[in-house]
Design a protein around this ligand. Structure first.
Ligand code: FAD
Length: 652
């Protein structure tokens, strides 16, 4: 039996579709079939093979440590001073796993189903099933690496619920789950550095990839402290470069998160999949004015015990504590009685927007809704709530000076997570042979909407369990290749292009600060390509993006020089890419004439304001091939559902 299903599939329009290389066999056996038959590299040969990993977060760090442990020679690059500052550190709420510790009916299939449904039937069944299948092992792996997960009094690992599910499968370490997972991953990396299998390059930014004879063979990196631009070669590259939600300027992501590595790879032939699918998280702190450059996330876990409401009266002047129940609209409980406050993020964000647009928003800018713990405190006591979310309440008080044990929090939707990313097949390989993408950088597992706590899971299992097994199938062909040289015309050319781009940015010598242009881009995107979209608005957005891009290249202020630290130069390089990514995101959103998950088209909704999918015409992942900065070719990966029947996603 062949390892993969037939190479090409013909879709409805009889267009040759992308080959996702999904293994043969029933869904539940695919990964085991793959593992049984895939080629592995002899341990003696692994030391002849070099791998470059870009990213020191959970996905990249996990991949780097695992590949080094297997015996490959690994270099890991990241732009922070320490991999411990990769954005995974910010994750608060938890990581999912189908362990059924609560005996509440959880299992691999249920987790798979919840994830497929949560993604509005726009993800690849085989990938999602695999993620659920390996989830239980991840918790054991992380416990073994020392992660102090929250425990019950008796010592068992504790769980809580996240949106979009009816079971408790979220493992957590207070409100610092990402930090604790990242520390464990970092220690695994340090062990490999100590034994000499892994070399880390901190404060390095990858500005291009190098392709030799059709294969990804290296990168061009800039040392952010010295400005030195250098070539690095390898037999394969792994990108764990994170998400690009910072394109909205105001987002829950770290200031330096960016889409540049993926974008440069895209321009060299890696298809970009579903770029417009961005998750807008419902529980961030509201924007308080024009001075802000970042929004703070309050973990989704708060929706376990917090109740969301707005005043029924638009002109309500009373303090929240003085508004009696009959004057409050618990709109999620009203609209979605089955899931209530635990509906998925896209649904919760849209519902908040609907209430705010209708004039019921709270706070000075009327851009927030209440998240109230009064009922939970009455029922469970303040101590229990403190135990569960203490650090989040402290953080809230530090930022807002409001004690949320006494008064409801004010929350608001904010750009958060990129479901779209580099298109990868089942082996996590992009359309450039030898370039793999893991974690948030790829598009693979979340469809049109990610369920809470599934991202730490995906990043961790991609890096620790999946990639180390699939990359060997590729590297097995390279055992006789010998070291890859950087002294080739391809490296020469890529380095030249990178240097020219740096020179071009510094030559603009304009007057408009890069941050200001970025803020303007964010406003366009949040207005027209975020929680709800319509054709007219998006056509306007494309024109505005083009104008802004022109203005950037004519008038951006990029001071200083290239010979040392220059944060404005870094920002300018990233914004130049964002100004192109933004256009593709809008093109993608315009192309998809249906509503699904986070992609809500006002022109495709039901009478009661719910998303209207079009399975007949849009049951595919879009994978865009770069032609030039204003043109892309659309490839389609048809989505076939053998185990589940796509239904109208209802949380009522
Ligand atoms: C505030 C917040 C809270 C969250 N909470 C949760 C949660 O509770 N549960 C959950 O499941 N998910 C959560 N998420 C999502 C989750 O944290 C991320 O999706 C996940 O950690 C991404 O991991 P990653 O390894 O893919 O990328 P990151 O951790 O973002 O790492 C990216 C790495 O790539 C490097 N890099 C990027 N570009 C370049 C370049 N050009 N050159 C060199 N290096 C580069 C960076 O230096 C970094 O090391 C949260 C996200 C946010 C923003």
């Amino acid at each position: 039996m062949p390892l993969f299903q037939s190479f090409f599939t013909l879709n409805k329009n009889r267009i040759m579709a992308l080959n996702a290389k999904i293994p043969e066999g029933p869904l539940k056996d695919k990964w085991q079939n793959y593992l049984a038959k895939t080629r592995i590299v002899n341990p003696a040969n692994r030391k002849k093979l070099d791998v470059i990993v870009v990213g020191g977060g959970l996905s990249g760090g996990g991949a780097a440590a695992s590949l080094a442990e297997l015996g490959y020679n690994v270099k890991v690059f990241f732009f922070q001073d320490s991999a411990r500052r990769s954005h995974s550190v910010a994750a608060q709420g938890g990581v999912n796993a189908a362990k059924n510790y609560k005996n509440d009916g959880d299992n691999v299939y249920r987790m798979f189903y919840d994830t497929i449904k949560g993604g509005d039937f726009r993800s690849r069944e085989a990938n999602v099933y695999r993620m659920a299948e390996v989830s239980a092992n991840l918790i054991d792996h992380m416990v073994a690496q020392g992660v102090p997960f929250g425990r019950e009094y008796g010592g068992y690992l504790s769980n809580r619920s996240f949106g979009g599910v009816l079971v408790s499968r979220t493992f957590y370490a207070r409100g610092q789950t990402g930090q604790q997972l990242l520390l464990a991953t970092y220690q695994a990396m340090m062990k490999q550095i100590k034994v000499g299998k892994l070399t880390q390059y901190n404060r390095h930014e990858i500005l291009d990839i190098v392709i030799v004879d059709g294969k990804a063979r290296g990168i061009i990196a800039r040392n952010l402290d010295t400005g030195e631009i250098k070539r690095h070669a390898a037999h394969a590259l792994v990108f764990g470069t994170g998400g690009f939600g910072k394109i909205f300027y105001l987002s829950t992501l770290a200031m330096n998160s960016n889409g540049s590595a993926n974008w440069r790879a895209h321009k060299k032939g890696a298809y970009f999949a579903n770029p417009s699918w961005t998750q807008i998280h419902p529980t961030a702190l509201p924007q308080s004015g024009e001075h802000q450059s970042k929004l703070t996330l309050m973990s989704e876990s708060l929706r376990n015990d917090g109740r969301i409401w707005v005043p029924k009266n638009k002109d309500e002047k009373r303090a929240p504590g003085d508004i009696p129940d009959e004057d409050r609209d618990y709109y999620l409980e009203r609209r979605y009685p089955a899931f209530g406050n635990l509906v998925p993020r896209d649904v919760a964000s849209r519902a908040a927007k609907e209430r705010m647009d209708a004039g019921h928003g709270v706070g000075p800018l009327k851009n927030a809704v209440y998240l109230d713990f009064k009922t939970a405190i009455e029922k469970l006591g303040e101590d229990t709530i403190k135990e569960r979310y203490g650090n989040l309440f402290t953080m809230y008080e530090k930022i807002t000076a409001i004690n949320a044990y006494k008064e409801p929090m004010k929350i608001s939707p904010a750009a958060h997570f990129s479901m779209g990313g580099l298109w990868v097949d089942y082996e996590l390989q992009t359309t450039i042979p030898g370039l793999f993408a893991v974690g948030e950088a790829n598009f693979a597992d979340h469809g049109a909407n990610r369920l809470g706590a599934n991202s730490l899971l995906q990043a961790s299992v991609d890096g620790n369990f999946i990639l180390p097994n699939t990359i060997s199938n590729y590297l097995a062909d390279d055992i006789r290749t010998g070291p890859v040289s950087t002294e080739t015309p391809e490296f020469e050319e890529a380095e030249k292009e990178v240097k020219e781009q740096v020179t071009k940015l510094l030559a603009i010598k304009g007057t408009m600060p890069v941050d200001q242009i970025h803020r303007r881009l964010g406003k366009i995107m949040f207005k027209e390509v975020a929680m709800s979209r319509n054709e007219k608005g998006m056509i306007w957005a494309i024109e505005e993006i083009k104008k802004l891009r022109k203005e950037f290249w004519e008038n951006a202020a990029v001071p200083g020089n290239e010979n040392g630290p220059n944060s404005e130069l870094e920002k300018a390089g990233r914004l130049a890419d964002y100004l192109e990514i933004a256009e593709l995101m809008t093109v993608d959103a315009l192309d998809r004439k249906e509503s699904c998950g986070a992609h809500f088209r006002e022109d495709y909704q039901t009478a009661d304001g719910e998303a209207m999918r079009d399975d007949e015409n849009y049951m595919y992942s879009s994978a865009w091939e770069w032609q030039n900065e204003e043109n892309w070719k659309l490839h389609k990966e048809p989505l076939e559902f053998t185990e589940v029947t796509p239904t109208v996603r209802s949380y009522k």
